[in-house]
Design a protein around this ligand. Structure first.
Ligand code: KG4
Ligand code: ZN
Length: 337
C-alpha cells in the first residue's frame, strides 16, 4: 500500500511542510523567519503572522518538489504541540481545513516524539535505532533523556529543571553579541578556539536531570568582571569563550547520558533536536561511543532542527495504527509527558 503523508510543522519560528511516501522522504521545505534575529529570541506574535504568510507557499513547494498533488495525499499530520500557541494554531487550522475538504484522516503529532522518530525516516546510508534506545533530545525548548521502548512508548527519564541546552547556547551567544539563534554561531566560532581556556560553574544535580541556569549566570558574571578590566575582552577572546562555554554545555549533556546508558545497560544511543547539530557534541559522542561500544544515531542537519519530515514520519506510523484525530483537536503548549 502506498501512503502519502503531508507533514506540517509550525510550533515555533520555522514553517515547514514535507511529503512522505510511506517512510521515505519525498520533500521537506522549510521557511525560516529571519525577522527575530536582531531581537535575541522569537517574538511570538510576529512568528504567527509569518506562519500565516508562509504556510500556503511552503505547502505548495513541498507538493511540487515531491511531484504529488494535494488530492493524492492519504492523511495530513501536523504538530499539535508543545510550542507557541499562535504558531501552532496556523498549522493546526490549515491541516484541519485541508483534511476536512479532502475528507482524509487528520493526525496530531507531538513535537518531541517527532524529533525522536526522525531517526526512522528511510535513508539509503544510515540505519535506524533498535528498541529500546536512549535519545538525548536537545533543542531550544527541550533538554531530555528519553527512554524509547517503542514508536509510541517513550518516557522522559531526565529533564532540565530550568533552561534548555539550546536556550543556554542562545543566551550565551547573545551575551557575546551574536544574533538569534546563536547556537550555530557559537559552534562555528568555537572551531578556532581553545575549549579548556576558561571554566564555568556547572550544576551538579541528582539523577539524570539537568540545570543550566547556574552555568549561564556564571558565564555572565565572569564576562561582567573581565569587561570591567578590559572592554575588548570579548572581541579579543571570542573563539576561546565560544569553545569553553560549548564544552561546558556538551560535557553536562553527555555526563548524564553516559550515566543513564550505564545504569540501564543500553548501548543504542540517539541524539535529536537542534542542538544535536552541534559539531563538538557530535565529536564527543563519537569518541564516547568508541569507548563504550555504543551504536549511535545522529540526524542529518536538515532533520535535526525543526522540520516537517519528522512530523510526517510520526504521521505515517500513526496512520498504520489508524490513530487519527478528531476534527475538534486543539493545540497544546506544554509537554504531555
Ligand atoms: O529543534 P530546534 O530547531 O527548535 C526547537 O524545537 O527548539 O532547535 C533550535 C535550537 C536553537 O536554540 C539553536 O541555537 C540550537 O538549536 N542549535 C544549535 C546548533 N544548531 C542549532 N546549538 C548549538 N550548535 C549548533 N550547531
Ligand atoms: Zn524542535
Amino acid at each position: 500500500m502506498n501512503v502519502y503523508i503531508l507533514g506540517i510543522e509550525s510550533s515555533c519560528d520555522d514553517t515547514s511542510a514535507a511529503v512522505l511516501l510511506n517512510n521515505k522522504l519525498l520533500s521537506n521545505v522549510i521557511a525560516n523567519q529571519d525577522l527575530h534575529a536582531q531581537y535575541g529570541g522569537v517574538i511570538p506574535e510576529w512568528a504567527s503572522r509569518a506562519h500565516m504568510q508562509n504556510i500556503v507557499p511552503v505547502i505548495d513547494a513541498a507538493l511540487r518538489k515531491a511531484n504529488v498533488k494535494l488530492t493524492d495525499i492519504s492523511a495530513i499530520a501536523f504538530t499539535a504541540g508543545p510550542g507557541l500557541l499562535g504558531s501552532l494554531l496556523v498549522g493546526n487550522a490549515f491541516a484541519k481545513a485541508a483534511a476536512y475538504a479532502l475528507q482524509i484522516p487528520l493526525i496530531e503529532v507531538d513535537h518531541l516524539q517527532a524529533h525522536i522518530l526522525s531517526h526512522f525516516i528511510k535513508n539509503d546510508t544510515s540505519s535506524c535505532p533498535t528498541f529500546p534506545f536512549l535519545c538525548l533530545l536537545v533543542s531550544g525548548g527541550h533538554t531530555q533523556i528519553m527512554l524509547v521502548n517503542d514508536f509510541f512508548d517513550m518516557k522522559i527519564i531526565g529533564t532540565t529543571i530550568d533552561d534548555a541546552a539550546g536556550e543556554t547556547f542562545d543566551k550565551a551567544a547573545k551575551i557575546l553579541g551574536f544574533p538569534y539563534p546563536g547556537g550555530p554561531l557559537i559552534d562555528c566560532c568555537a572551531k578556532s578556539g581553545d575549549p579548556d581556556r576558561f571554566s564555568f560553574n556547572k550544576a551538579n544535580i541528582d539523577g539524570y536531570n539537568y540545570s543550566f541556569s547556574g552555568l549561564k549566570t556564571s558565564f555572565l558574571y565572569f564576562l561582567r568582571d573581565k569587561l570591567k578590566e578590559n572592554p575588548n575582552f570579548i572581541e579579543e577572546n571570542k573563539a576561546d569563550l565560544c569553545a569553553s562555554i560549548q564544552k561546558a554545555i556538551c560535557d553536562s549533556l553527555l555526563k548524564k547520558l553516559i550515566k543513564a546508558a550505564d545504569d540501564l545497560k543500553i548501548k543504542e544511543i540517539a541524539i535529536a533536536g537542534g542542538v544535536s547539530a552541534n559539531s563538538a557534541l557530535q565529536q564527543s559522542l563519537k569518541s564516547i561511543a568508541l569507548k563504550k561500544q555504543w551504536n549511535i544515531y545522529i540526524p542529518s542537519l536538515q532533520l535535526s532542527t525543526d522540520n516537517a519530515a519528522m512530523v510526517g514520519i510520526v504521521g505515517y506510523y500513526k496512520f498504520l495504527q489508524k490513530d487519527f484525530s478528531s476534527i475538534n483537536v486543539i493545540p497544546f503548549t506544554r509537554n504531555k509527558y
